[in-house]
Structures are given as structure tokens and as C-alpha cells.
Design a protein around this ligand. Structure first.
Ligand code: NAI
Length: 385
């Protein structure tokens, strides 16, 4: 089997998320790392790319140079990951889609709803894949939660509760640290800080698992560190199009919490609870029975869970493997397209540009509602109303 060719923009030396992408893309032997424009400093990007094993000719200085260099090659990259800071995602993603590349864009996909709608339309018009890296939806047991909900194990879903609350920006003495300050500065971060950074992961998970989309929301946003213009904590109530009630808490001042991403789903016939810091166990409480622990890798799970599980039960799998599952889905989607066949339905779960757009609409709805003392506002993108 020929490997697919993969390119990366951003994710340079010392970046937070670059290594997880390289681990994820490389894990199953589906992708070969073939090109990159890894750093905002051209020389540093070229140098690091070559140290990671890229040919000198394909270790580019910036994303435009990479686009020019790749678009006419017979062996051009099949998939490009955009892992640069948020404000650059739109321009880069649009340019690569228009040049006929499949793209995996980091979240948030864009800075505005209009840009999000434009990316959705561009992906449709070009027929290219535009995936968005809600990588936590790649965990095997998250996929199993989705499968349990879809096959009716929980009955009708009544309530979903999502959290993404950490404590890494809790030190008031750190508020002026340049690595922290920009996140709460509207000129650089946009209309929302904590919700746009972390809350959208939790909200995407709520939609992914329940199979329902958010229709409206009411948000209580607050800057617990008062010098911050944008929120460092938000409590968001929402409603979903299948009737589920949603509750979401996101925070960056929750001292003692590390990553803090959890999801609970309650239906008429049972409840599920999963926490990203212990991702190999899923807690299942069928109505009237005892609490059960579902282990990743055990026999009899859904095809979606089996497909995304690699080592045997009892050995922990973690975050880069969840990212690897997004890449595994994308490899299957790209191969199916090349071979003119339907893709494996169990792989057809990677987050799409539509999810990135819905997140952006939710970000603006949270900002609007937060300013209006929690007024309920429409959270759907205009093009889906
Ligand atoms: P970072 O600041 O640690 O690294 C950014 C990297 O991009 C650096 O290597 C920088 O040199 C490079 N870069 C900046 N501008 C560039 C340009 N124009 N061309 C090429 N390279 C450029 O940022 P971090 O934390 O890695 O975040 C990157 C993106 O990933 C953000 O959009 C962030 O929201 C997202 N992210 C997603 C996560 C997830 O779970 N899906 C987790 C963490 C970050």
C-alpha cells in the first residue's frame, strides 16, 4: 500500500500541538510526512523541517512558498494540516482548498461566522475534505458513547453535561505575561477567550455524542481576573435540535484541574460518564441496574470503538492516539475517494468544516448572551437557520 503524503503548516519546534499531530499522522503508517512550513520564522521552519526528515526542497519557509512548491508536483501532498495560530487559519485553509488539497484545520476554524460559512462553501465547491481537529472526538470510548446513543441504549436523551475547565491561567500575577495576556485581548483573540479556546471542544463533544445540534444558548461569562477584557470562565445553558437540554462549564481559573474535559449524557434508560484524563474507562449506568465500567479494548464494543482501539485492554491509550484516529478516518476518506468507492461508515466520523462553523456561531452567541446578562440567543449559523 502506497503511503499518502502529508504536509504541515505551523507546529514548529516548541509549539504546543505540533508533536501530537506528527505522532497522530505517523502512527498507522498511512501518511508519510512529506512537506512542511512549520514556523513563522522561515529559516527556523526550514531547519526544523529538515531535522524532522523532510527533503530540503520540501522544508518550506512559509505557507505560500509551500503552496507554490506543492501544487504542481506529481507527488504533491494529499492532506495539509493547518496548526498555526487562530487568526491565520481562514486564509491558509481557503487557499489550500482552492488549490485542490484536502485540509485538516486546527480549531477554531475561523475568527468570524462569515469566514466559517465561506470555508464550508469553499469545501463544497471544491469537493475537498475540510476537517477540523476536534481531536477528542477520536477517543475510542467517545466513539462508543456515540454508538450507544445512536443505537438507543440510553433511550431519548434528556440532558448532556460538558465541562472543559482547567486552572492554567489562574495566577493573577501571570495576567501580564505575554504568553497569557494575548488570549484575553479582543484585538488578538476575538470576541471570546476561554469559550473559544476550550468551550468549543466541550460543545462539539456534546453534539458529536448525542447526534444533536445546538439551537440556542444562554451564557454567564465572567472575567474572574478583573483586568481581563475577555472571559476566563463561562457557564452556558443550551438546547439541542433533538430536544436535549445542555449544560456546559468552561474555565481557565479552576486551580487544581488539569485538562478538565468531561462529558456526561443522561437518557430515559441510562447515563454515561467519561473523562478525558481517564479515557480508557467509560461509566455506564443502566436505569435500575448497577454502575458498570466499560473498558477500552474489551470484547463486544461497537465497530466504531473497535476501529479506533490499538493496544489490548488494560494498556492505556491517550491523546496522540485520539488524534491518530482523526488521521485514520481521513486516510480512509482520501483512499475511498481515490479508489472511487464508499468509505467505511465507522470511519466517517471526523469533524467537518460544518462543525467548525457551528462552533464559531456558538462563540458569537456566547459573547452576545454574556453581554446581555444571559439572554437566550440563537446559536445556529445564519446559513443553517
Ligand atoms: P503555538 O504558539 O505553541 O505554536 C504555533 C506554531 O505555529 C509555532 O511553531 C509558530 O512558529 C508557527 N506559526 C505561526 N504562524 C505561522 C505561519 N504563518 N506559518 C507557519 N507557521 C506559523 O500554538 P499551539 O498551541 O500549538 O496552537 C496552534 C493551533 O492549534 C491553535 O489554533 C490552537 O487553538 C490549536 N490547538 C488545538 C488543540 C486541540 O486539542 N485540537 C490543542 C492546542 C492547540
Amino acid at each position: 500500500m502506497t503511503k499518502l503524503k502529508w504536509g504541515m503548516i505551523g507546529g514548529g519546534e516548541g509549539s504546543q500541538i505540533g508533536p501530537a499531530h506528527r505522532l497522530g499522522a505517523g502512527l498507522d503508517g498511512e501518511f508519510e510526512f512529506a512537506a512542511g512550513a512549520l514556523d513563522h520564522r522561515p529559516e527556523a521552519g526550514r531547519d526544523y523541517g529538515q531535522r524532522l526528515g523532510l527533503d530540503a526542497a520540501r522544508a518550506y519557509g512559509d505557507w505560500r512558498e509551500m503552496l507554490d512548491g506543492e501544487k504542481n508536483r506529481a507527488d504533491r501532498v494529499d492532506l495539509v494540516t493547518v496548526a498555526t495560530p487562530n487568526a491565520t487559519h481562514y486564509e491558509i485553509t481557503k487557499a489550500y482548498l482552492e488549490a485542490g488539497f484536502h485540509v485538516l484545520c486546527e480549531k477554531p476554524m475561523t475568527m468570524t461566522i462569515e469566514q466559517g460559512e465561506d470555508i464550508v462553501r469553499t469545501a463544497e465547491a471544491t469537493g475537498r475534505i475540510c476537517a477540523v481537529n476536534y481531536g477528542y472526538s477520536g477517543y475510542s470510548l467517545v466513539r462508543h458513547m456515540k454508538a450507544m446513543v445512536a443505537r438507543g441504549d440510553l433511550g431519548k436523551i434528556r440532558l448532556v453535561k460538558a465541562e472543559f475547565a482547567h486552572g492554567h491561567h489562574a495566577d493573577a500575577a501571570d495576567a501580564d505575561n505575554p504568553r497569557v495576556r494575548w488570549r484575553y485581548d479582543p484585538a488578538q483573540a476575538g470576541v471570546s477567550a476561554q469559550f473559544a479556546d476550550c468551550g468549543i471542544h466541550a460543545l462539539h463533544m456534546a453534539s458529536f455524542v448525542t447526534g444533536q445540534e445546538v439551537t440556542k444558548l444562554s451564557a454567564d461569562t465572567v472575567s474572574c481576573i478583573q483586568s481581563r477584557e475577555l472571559e476566563d470562565d463561562a457557564m452556558v445553558n443550551f438546547r439541542m435540535d433533538g430536544g436535549a437540554v445542555g449544560r456546559l462549564w468552561t474555565s481557565s481559573i479552576a486551580i487544581g484541574r488539569q485538562h478538565g474535559l468531561t462529558l456526561q449524557v443522561f437518557g430515559e434508560k441510562g447515563g454515561l460518564r467519561w473523562a478525558q484524563e481517564q479515557p480508557n474507562q467509560l461509566y455506564w449506568m443502566p436505569l435500575g441496574e448497577r454502575l458498570q465500567t466499560i473498558e477500552r479494548g474489551e470484547a463486544g464494543l461497537s465497530p466504531e470503538a473497535d476501529r479506533t482501539s490499538r493496544v489490548t485492554i488494560g494498556h492505556a491509550e491517550g491523546m496522540p492516539l485520539a488524534f491518530a484516529n482523526i488521521y485514520k478516518d481521513l486516510a480512509e476518506a482520501i483512499r475511498a475517494e481515490k479508489q472511487g468507492r464508499e468509505m467505511d461508515p465507522a470511519a466517517n466520523l471526523y469533524p467537518r468544516a460544518e462543525d467548525g462553523l457551528r462552533s464559531m456561531a456558538a462563540v458569537f452567541a456566547v459573547a452576545q448572551s454574556g453581554k446581555a446578562d444571559g439572554e437566550w440567543v440563537d446559536a445556529r449559523p445564519p446559513m443553517y437557520r
